[in-house]
Design a protein around this ligand. Sequence first.
Ligand code: 13P
Length: 256
Amino acid sequence: MKRLSIVAANWKMNGSLALVNSMVSELNNVTLNENVEVVVCPSSPYLAAFNAASASTNLSAAFSLGAQNFSEHNSGAFTGEVSASMLQEVGVSYIIVGHSERRSIYNESSALVAKKVKAALASGLKPILCIGESEEERAAEKTEVVLAEQLQPVIDEVGIENFKNVVIAYEPVWAIGTGKTASPEMAQETHQFIREFIAKFDENVADKLPLLYGGSVNAKNCEELFAQADIDGGLIGGASLKAEEFKIICSAAKGK
Ligand code: 13P
């Protein structure tokens, strides 16, 4: 097996301490295939609580903690911001960067996303770099151009060799929270484009890069999506808040 599969839970601004505790105990008895890692990304106030709850269980080494947002700066007068090094200190290993909600609601540009990826890597965190096209962009057959425009600034900022510590999540904006999933064939075609795009810079890095699909993944569609040659797991929103459903999704992932 050459590639890790990852199932990452993006709780967004949802959840509670009660969900942290119940999710940790539910995940404690999930069965995972070989070469699969599960990452849970709760809101920042719950990160330490998640770590504390998992320390008192047998949650295996296959589980990691992730964060949803952070500053591109390492410290200083940035009221309200949190740095990658602070997150690393409280046990975070992965960090979501460039989610379409941050790009559209908080106007995060691809240049800022690139700086954040650099800051994450400098603190030893693995960025889950989100890219994806809007419905209009897909209809105008601009998907590949949009994805290339989102990837190139990051490659320029950190260098392709550092992508060995990056995870890419392809999340078509029109599939997020809408119940409209990309068909497995459409998702595969786009994942293949992304892997080939990276391979133009470094084939070895592309070969090992975990490429996740996100957008209305659920217990019913996960198996078929994860079976595609270039889909190495998923970034899960709504379905990651329901322990039973999330466990089914985790168990469906297989290392490739
Ligand atoms: P949903 O799974 O709710 O569509 O959300 C996907 C997502 O945005 C994960 O980051």
